[in-house]
Design a binder for this molecule. Structure first.
Ligand code: CA
Length: 233
């Protein structure tokens, strides 16, 4: 079942959208605030985000820009009352994938959502751990796929959904070398080399969260000229 985040501060409109998308068998979360919605979007592996341009605290363009800067590739459908060509161009430049001007018909929205999800699922396949068994490395690092929790030196580590998937995938295959394109394909479902910087920044963030000295990593090792591998003892 596809999961969709609706970021829209108008509660009548957001519940209308939510009702109709739930009726199409999607799981829908609604958030009314920009900053909170951004956090929610990064922390959960959504299949689609419907993002209103005019939001309190942080507007839709800012949310979009920051979301993409955190290297999340989930498609974004932007909604706006400011239905001008310029807004459309800026929205798409900030990383939105499609655009719907208010007022719109619910049928139009449903058609767009369906098309975007179909397009995205053709391009991507979600990472699913093959086993739910915990992985423990050197007594220091413990990965629990059932709870999606990581403990490092007895401290619970806060990871984004993608960071967890990437770490779990690497740790499930210790010693095996992966290049960036392979990791992108495995975790994000994209094998477009345009996004390879996404891997670098996720690896850097992971290292800063789990390595004692991120400059001299012990878990996620660089294989020069190729890519990365996980510590294999
Ligand atoms: Ca609004």
């Amino acid at each position: 079942m596809a999961t969709i985040l609706v970021l829209e501060d108008d509660s009548d409109l957001s519940s209308l959208i939510s009702t109709h998308l739930t009726g199409m068998q999607y799981r829908v979360d609604v958030c009314h605030h920009g900053a909170k919605g951004l956090q929610q979007a990064i922390a959960n592996p959504y299949d689609l985000i419907i993002l209103d341009l005019g939001l309190p605290e942080m507007d839709g363009l800012d949310v979009c820009k920051r979301y993409r800067a955190s290297n999340e590739l989930t498609p974004i459908l932007m909604l706006t009352a400011r239905n001008t060509e310029l807004d459309k161009v800026i929205g798409l430049e900030m990383g939105a994938d499609d655009y719907l001007g208010k007022p719109f018909s619910i049928r139009e929205l449903q058609a767009r959502v369906k098309a975007m999800l179909r397009r995205h699922s053709l391009l991507s396949k979600k990472f699913e751990p093959e086993s739910n068994a915990e992985i423990v490395v050197n007594q220091d690092l413990c990965l629990d796929p059932a709870k999606r929790q990581v403990k490092c030196r007895s401290t619970l580590i806060d990871l984004t959904a993608r960071e967890f998937d990437l770490l779990f995938f690497l740790a499930s295959n210790p010693g095996r070398v992966y290049n960036r394109e392979q990791l992108l394909d495995k975790i994000w479902g994209y094998s477009n080399s345009y996004y390879e910087h996404t891997i670098n920044s996720n690896i850097n963030r992971l290292r800063s969260k789990i390595e004692l000295d991120p400059a001299r990593p012990e878990y996620i090792l660089t294989v020069r000229g190729v890519g990365y591998k996980f510590f294999d003892g």
